[in-house]
Design a binder for this molecule. Structure first.
Ligand code: ZN
Length: 318
């Protein structure tokens, strides 16, 4: 068993079977994340794990999921474009009670998980049927007035067990350097969730097609920012995104290829003068003057203002 996982669980007053299930689930998720680069298909979560001869699903029909064999909930899920406005703010996730009032057993389960500091799994929907798992998370505050709880994302997840931060898990509410590490890691997790979601949204808006060369191999495609996320206007939203293959992503980032606000591709004049093999000739030079592939939905098209800002940069380096 993963020592990190068992260490976390040792401090909690869980039944043996609850503990066994959680440990097995965390290990299973680690493998799934390795296999699927953190974007796990629903079927895999639904298929679940075998523990003591019975199948434990990791997700269920409602957002707060407690397998029959567990005393407390195992996971909470936010579906992509779901009915509940869950939000990740600062280093915390605001998770809403399910419909049915505070006394609904799922909501009671959430509060019990809070009281007992039980580690849970959070499944963040990033596309239809695709989730980024985050674990362990802990509920750190109950907010009955707002019908929600606050959950903290724990650093043990990101460190993958390689970095030990002694005492961190035992004093989640204290201030000091450990809290700073916690915040830092939670920020990384939040960025990963946002980036993964951005990637899924952009690539599916373009039907898995590079805007320049029309390559349709998901494993060779990226979601590129038009305005980098470090600058104003660089939000991870589809109108600030472009679906690009790896080569064209690099070429766009380096301003070897630019896109004018009328959706036309431009190659730097000095590149057009070079002569080389087929990648340069067809893959780069051949794009000059072509209209890029656009998403089917108008709302998803690249924002012309952002394109213009970026295109000025392209002209400047030329
Ligand atoms: Zn391409």
């Amino acid at each position: 068993m993963d020592l990190r996982v068992s260490g976390i669980l040792a401090s909690r007053s869980l039944t043996v079977i609850d503990e066994t299930i959680r440990s097995a689930a965390f290990l299973y998720l680690k493998n799934l994340c390795d296999t699927y680069a953190y974007v796990v298909p629903y079927e895999e979560l639904k298929r679940g794990i075998e523990v003591n001869g019975s199948t434990i699903h990791l997700v269920g029909p409602s957002g707060i999921w407690k397998p029959k064999a567990c005393e407390l909930p195992l996971s909470i899920t936010s579906t992509f474009n779901g009915p509940y406005p869950d939000a990740i703010t600062d280093d915390l996730l605001v998770y809403r009670y399910r419909v049915g009032g505070a006394a609904h057993r799922d909501n009671v389960g959430l509060r019990e998980a809070f009281r007992t500091r039980t580690p849970l799994i959070y499944f963040h929907g990033v596309a239809v049927g695709k989730y980024v798992p985050v674990w362990p998370i802990f509920i750190v505050e109950n907010r009955p007035q707002e019908s929600s709880v606050l959950a903290a994302i724990d650093p043990a997840y990101i460190s993958g067990g390689d970095i030990s931060i002694p005492g961190l898990l035992d004093h989640p509410s204290e201030t000091g350097p450990e809290t700073n590490i916690r915040r830092y890691v939670a920020t990384l997790t939040r960025q990963r969730l946002h980036q993964t979601q951005f990637r899924e949204m952009v690539i599916s808006a373009y039907s898995h097609t590079c805007v320049f060369c029309r390559l349709r191999h998901a494993e060779l495609l990226d979601a590129a920012h038009i305005i980098p996320d470090s600058q104003p206007g660089g939000e991870p939203i589809v109108p600030n995104g472009l679906c690009l293959c790896k080569i064209h992503h690099a070429a766009y980032d380096q301003n070897l290829i630019g896109i004018s606000p009328d959706y036309v591709a431009h190659v730097q004049p000095r590149i057009l003068e070079e002569s080389d093999g087929p990648m340069l000739r067809h893959g780069i030079q051949g794009m000059d003057g072509a209209t890029i592939v656009l998403p089917r939905s108008r709302a998803h098209r690249p924002d012309p203002e952002r394109l213009d800002r970026r295109y000025q940069q392209f002209l400047d380096v030329g």
